[in-house]
Design a binder for this molecule. Structure first.
Ligand code: FCB
Length: 461
């Protein structure tokens, strides 16, 4: 790793999200979220896993802050559970919920770790879902109110704020193909959800500014998309549809204040009358951000394909006439995700080339791999595949920096093994192994590797 270096001030971090680690889903007045409901429906989550016990972080957070301190990270990225702070999404504020995050933030600061707070990592209060969830415009306004409440309590101590984490998942997994909560399969309503998430981001940004937050942005899971056959015009068009669904639907409104020119070819009839869009929305959505967070795991290779569902009235919003092609040369992680690290460099350089001065500074806000980690007889986990994954992707970030891209930091996903959404507890992304039965935490070899990288960086800058 001696040849892997980063500029002075580069932020090294690690991340988690509320529903994935906290547990305590009924403690201290927390209301139900769409993920509690979804987990309770048979067949939705592998093994019938739920948000309990997760990592019992709600109680064990001091131990987790101590792990972060030992890791030596500059910053910790976590999310606030909306249903802890405002249990029904629109009624009274729950002081006990806010208190938890105040304790956590104070604990981080006392340990010399900069808190990086995400307002929404997918745990919508169930009562808002009952009123339409993100399909309803009203939810964007409720989100801005919630942002104001959290910022009112924490703006003085939290320097870096993210509105939404991966709105693509909320819109297209939540309301498109239905593999995430609330588990709705739909066409046009999923596109309305995407729009209302963007609007909610813009309105929340206004609330954060009003509370004095200076560093605010959004985290997007952006894809590196390649056509299966580089010489095929049909595959090139399919790749553009995939990029539209994954990337451009977010980056064009946020960074250019317009909808992607390729949206009609991507969604056809589903775009419909667009009555969920109103005059003035794009100006709210495109308000300047201080950074763009990029979450990155694996590239996509796609080929042209017919609609999976020929009838537009039955078609879901992820059905855009492209199909994924497996890369036979790449190693695949336990998620069956191809490992091709240099695609992260290409993605970051591509963003800069495409958006130029309109692109704010970047952070890689998530990157990591799930591996089939098995503790050895001595309890240690030698996760050499994860180390190779992290090494490769950090080299890709260094490559983007060398090409002049303004990347300010990197957050490893994840500090802890945790609840991996519809995969449940079976997929482990942590630098720290968690035994869910005993809640014992055991740092893996990758923890020591990352700690060493950070301490070398400190020593040399
Ligand atoms: C991202 C999510 C994060 C985690 C990783 C593996 O899509 O933001 O919560 O599940 O994937």
């Amino acid at each position: 790793m001696a040849d892997l270096s980063f500029p002075p001030g580069f932020v090294f971090g690690a991340g988690t999200a509320a529903f994935q680690i906290e547990g305590a889903t009924a403690a201290d007045g927390r209301g139900p979220s769409i993920w509690d409901t979804f987990c309770a429906e048979p067949g939705r989550v592998a093994g019938g896993d739920t948000g309990e016990p997760a990592c019992e972080h709600y109680r064990r957070w001091p131990q987790d802050v101590e792990l972060l301190r030992r890791l030596g990270v500059d910053s910790y990225r976590f999310s606030v559970a909306w249903p802890r702070v405002r249990p029904t999404g629109s009624g009274a504020v729950n002081r006990a919920g806010l208190d938890f995050y105040e304790r956590l933030v104070d604990g981080l600061l006392a340990a010399g770790i900069e808190p990086a707070l995400t307002l929404y990592h997918w745990d919508l209060p169930q009562e808002l879902e009952d009123g339409g969830g993100w399909r309803a415009r009203d939810t964007a306004h409720r989100f801005a109110e919630y942002a104001a409440v959290v910022a009112g309590a924490l703006a003085d101590r939290v320097p870096r704020w993210t509105t939404l984490n991966e709105p693509w998942c909320s819109a297209f997994l939540g309301y498109g193909n239905g593999v995430h909560a609330p588990g709705v399969r739909s066409g046009t309503p999923a596109l309305a959800a995407a729009h209302h998430l963007l609007l909610g981001h813009g309105l929340a940004l206004e609330a954060l500014r009003a509370a004095g937050v200076r560093e605010a942005g959004i985290s997007l899971n952006l894809d590196h998309v390649s056509p299966a056959d580089p010489d095929s015009p049909a595959d090139a068009a399919a790749a553009l549809r995939a990029r539209t669904q994954r990337n451009l639907v977010w980056t064009e409104p946020l960074l250019r204040g317009r909808h992607p020119a390729s949206e009609a070819d991507t969604w056809g009839e589903l775009i419909g009358r667009q009555d969920f869009r109103r005059d003035g929305d794009l100006a709210v959505i495109a308000a300047p951000m201080d950074f763009l967070g990029v979450n990155y795991y694996t590239p996509a290779t796609v080929r042209a394909a017919p609609y999976a569902e020929p009838d537009p009235s039955l078609r879901d919003a992820t059905d855009n006439r492209f199909a994924h092609v497996r890369d036979p040369r790449a190693r695949h992680t336990a998620m069956d995700w191809a490992v091709v690290p240099d695609t992260l460099r290409e993605l970051l350089v591509g963003l800069r080339d495409e958006y130029g001065a309109a692109l704010p500074p970047l952070y890689v806000t998530e990157n990591g791999s799930a591996e089939d980690d098995l503790p050895g007889p001595d309890g240690t986990v030698r996760d050499t595949d994860r180390i190779a994954y992290l090494d490769g992707h950090l080299r890709a970030v260094a490559g983007a920096l060398a090409a002049g891209v303004d990347v300010r930091g990197y957050y490893l996903w994840s500090l802890l093994d945790n609840f991996e959404w519809s995969y449940g507890y079976g997929k482990r992304f942590g630098a720290v192994h968690v035994d869910y039965a005993t809640q014992r935490r055991t740092p893996k070899s990758s923890f020591a590797w990352y700690r060493e990288l950070i301490s070398r960086h400190r020593a040399s800058s």
